[in-house]
Design a binder for this molecule. Structure first.
Ligand SMILES: Cc1cc2nc3c(=O)[nH]c(=O)nc-3n(C[C@H](O)[C@H](O)[C@H](O)COP(=O)(O)OP(=O)(O)OC[C@H]3O[C@@H](n4cnc5c(N)ncnc54)[C@H](O)[C@@H]3O)c2cc1C
Length: 437
């Protein structure tokens, strides 16, 4: 939600329902955190995709539906992709390819990229069913398994079920309705057989991550880079954050103004975040799909969550609000973190930080009281960084610093008072200044 606000996309979502309740491996917990968008916001993925397609199209992106990548070759200075298209086989050349082709990524296979991890050992069956009348259930643990049911608008009920000890099946498609009916009966004793399945699906606890997110001129993002059980809305968030981290770096490289090594920070930053999320999802899988043997651990975790500190830690992790990229440059608490969304006092009146980031440029927020050299930096890099003067109207509007350098993805890259430190940081993240400026 923060990323969408920073790109001006929230209004188009029209105020989706917010759910502050979350869970860790099925153990209930509140996800409320400081900031405007904590909790889970229920947006159908089709709506998110439609919104991003319209937005990228308006910005000039050429989205080609019905093109299927079949081959890929990396040459000196470019990548050639061969695709089956509605008009026959086509070849495209590009300086870089970003593979966002999902958990069964063709590009991953074609590049031979190592994708270590564990296959699915257990799975949840999932179905949207019309014409049934059963009680709603939120992570109900029963003697023989886990049952979840939620009546949705329109009279369809979504059920998810796992029978304890039942291994994941090798699948090439969705489960049969009969299988869902059978497992639901084993777990709850209820018969769903008279219902009409609208959608069937199964997902397991496979957990894999690419060793490297960059393979020469091919970069990986989203489920193509990491495969995980979709727990707590973290899967889609991870992919969106990958894209937000990579997009501006790749643009800087393609436009010839990136510093050496900028593109490699994509792997360095996002691989570590992915590793940590995959670890928490593995832990959640044990607690969620484990049988009676995990009850004691679940009870203890519930007590820790109720005590507070563990809840704060887990909520920050699940919502991704605790991400700190290793940007170096000191000990300021905001270094590497997202700039907290709020309002800054400027000579032109209060301005929302999310609005300042809308055009995808960096920000140099400089206090009125800062040394002149700091303000001068904003002028020198003004073709890629927006300088913003901040008045000291409120207590510490810049969190104790005289200046903050914010990357286009909203993460703080430098915080301090020293213009030399600021110069090194701005060069590192935004390249050399244009000699014409
Ligand atoms: C049942 C289920 C429930 C889920 N629930 C949630 C949830 O509640 N919250 C959450 O955060 N996540 C959830 N997820 C996970 C979430 O859907 C994924 O993490 C997300 O879709 C990953 O996005 P992506 O863009 O990386 O890949 P995908 O959404 O898989 O998109 C990949 C795209 O690449 C295209 N493609 C594939 N191969 C080729 C090729 N060879 N050539 C050209 N194009 C190709 C595909 O057609 C597709 O358009 C759920 C997943 C499942 C299965």
């Amino acid at each position: 939600m923060e990323l969408f606000d920073c790109r001006g996309l929230l209004d188009a979502l029209g105020g989706p329902p917010r759910e502050p309740r979350g869970h860790f491996g099925g153990v209930p917990m509140d996800l409320t955190m400081p900031g405007p968008y904590s909790g889970q916001w229920k947006v159908p993925q089709t709506r998110t995709e439609e919104l991003l397609q319209d937005w990228s199209g308006a910005l000039g992106a050429d989205v080609r539906r019905g093109w299927e990548v079949r081959e890929l070759a990396q040459e000196d200075g470019f990548v050639e992709v061969t695709a089956d298209t509605p008009d026959g086989v086509r070849r495209l050349r590009a300086a870089y390819v970003v593979a966002c082709d999902g958990e069964d990524s063709t590009v991953r296979r074609l590049t031979g990229a190592a994708f270590p991890g564990t296959p699915a050992g257990r799975e949840l069956l999932r179905a949207d069913i019309a014409g049934i009348d059963i009680p709603n259930r939120r992570f109900e643990r029963r003697e023989h398994g886990l049952a979840i049911a939620a009546r949705m608008p329109g009279g369809v009920t979504r059920v998810m079920v796992h029978a304890f000890g039942r291994p994941a099946r090798r699948r090439t498609g969705p489960p049969d309705f009969a299988e869902v009916v059978d497992v639901w009966r084993q777990v709850t004793g209820e018969d769903l057989g008279d219902g009409r399945p609208v959608w069937l699906n199964a997902f397991g606890d496979a957990n894999r991550q690419l060793e490297h997110y960059r393979h020469g001129r091919v970069l990986f993002a989203g489920d193509a880079a990491h495969r995980q059980m979709p727990s707590g809305g973290q899967a889609l968030n991870l992919g969106l954050q990958d894209a937000a981290n990579l997009g501006w770096k790749l643009a800087a490289v393609v436009c010839g103004r990136a510093s050496k090594g900028l593109l490699d920070t994509y792997h360095d930053e996002r691989h570590e975040v992915g590793r940590r999320v995959l670890a928490n999802i593995r832990a959640q899988g044990l607690l969620l799909l484990g049988g009676p043997e995990v009850e004691a651990a679940r009870t203890l975790l519930g007590e820790l969550i109720a005590a507070g500190t563990a809840r704060d830690h887990l909520a920050a992790m699940i919502t991704g609000l605790d991400i700190r990229y290793p940007v170096g440059g000191g000990t300021h608490p905001l270094l590497g973190a997202r700039l907290p969304l709020g309002t800054l006092p400027t000579p032109n009146g209060p301005v929302r930080t999310a609005e300042l980031l809308r055009d995808g440029r960096g920000l140099l927020l400089v206090s009125d009281s800062a040394r002149a050299e700091l303000r001068w930096l904003g002028k020198v890099w003004s073709d890629r960084v927006t300088p913003v003067a901040v008045r000291p109207d409120t207590a510490e509007p810049l969190y104790g610093a005289e200046g903050l350098l914010v990357r286009p993805d909203g993460h703080v890259a430098w915080a301090g008072t020293d213009p030399w430190g600021a110069t090194a940081a701005i060069r590192h993240w935004f390249g050399r200044p244009d000699p014409g400026l």
